[in-house]
Design a protein around this ligand. Structure first.
Ligand SMILES: Nc1nc2c(ncn2[C@@H]2O[C@H](COP(=O)(O)OP(=O)(O)OP(=O)(O)O)[C@@H](O)[C@H]2O)c(=O)[nH]1
Ligand SMILES: [Mg+2]
Length: 217
């Protein structure tokens, strides 16, 4: 007996791409608060030092394409990050360096964070941005904007000064991560291999990496 299968309908829509963005910087600069603010839309009531990494994910749409922005909120304290560092940098799409404008030491640590990226073979094609956080405490600032701007220019990074806390800066926090997402989208056009059934679809090995840690929001 002969059977025939009729193929009807169109291809299923491509699944959302995931952009993995790691957020790094000294302990206490506000990485958890910034990522929480972007994903949950508010400043968290209280935070504790991050251990290892927390994931936060937000679905966005750019030019009609659904994209998942996956933020890796990393630990600033050496003892909470050392076993995780390899995971941070694997298949990363963009890096957000954060310092606290009221804490000069956190700014002075930036070359060490950049060096860590270099040691993990991150190419120059991986977009990087610099964020000076806690601008609501501008009166206590220890890092002048022009100094930060010079540093950012010398490393070919855009600089954003913002506050995860100030209610007025919500759009700004949003704009920072959206800027990165737009940059990634323009850098990585959707290709056929990213449609289900194609090859090489997953920029992130979900079972391996996402399954290993808890989702924080
Ligand atoms: N005033 C002010 N305080 C902030 C801001 N962002 C974070 N904080 C405070 O700074 C402290 C540290 O914030 P976290 O987000 O936990 O810092 P972190 O960079 O994640 O620190 P680690 O997880 O240890 O690496 C907390 O007490 C926050 O409430 C901000 O924009 N303004
Ligand atoms: Mg944290």
């Amino acid at each position: 007996m002969e059977t025939s299968v009729e193929l009807t309908g169109s291809l299923p829509p491509p699944r959302s791409r995931i952009f993995k963005i790691i957020v790094i910087g000294d302990s206490g600069v506000g990485k958890t608060c910034l990522t929480y603010r972007f994903c949950a839309g508010k400043f968290p009531d209280k935070t504790e030092a991050t251990i290892g990494v927390d994931f936060r994910e937000k679905a966005i749409e750019i030019d009609g394409e659904k994209i998942k922005v996956q933020l890796w909120d990393t630990a600033g304290q050496e003892r909470f990050r050392k076993s995780m560092v390899q995971h941070y940098y694997r298949n990363v799409h963009a890096i957000v360096f954060v310092y606290d404008i009221t804490n000069a030491a956190s700014f002075q640590s930036l070359p060490a964070w950049i060096e860590e990226c270099r040691q993990h073979s991150l190419g120059q094609d991986v977009p990087r941005i610099l964020v000076g956080n806690k601008c609501d405490l501008r009166g206590a600032a220890k890092v002048p904007t022009d100094v930060a701007q010079k540093f950012a220019d010398s490393h070919s990074m855009p600089l954003f000064e913002t506050s995860a806390k100030s209610p007025g800066d919500n759009d700004h926090v949003e704009a920072i991560f959206m800027t990165v997402a737009h940059k990634l989208k323009s850098q990585k056009p959707l290709v056929l291999s990213q449609i289900p059934g194609g090859r090489d679809v997953a920029p992130l090995k979900q079972t391996e990496e996402r399954g290993a840690f808890t989702c924080a929001c």
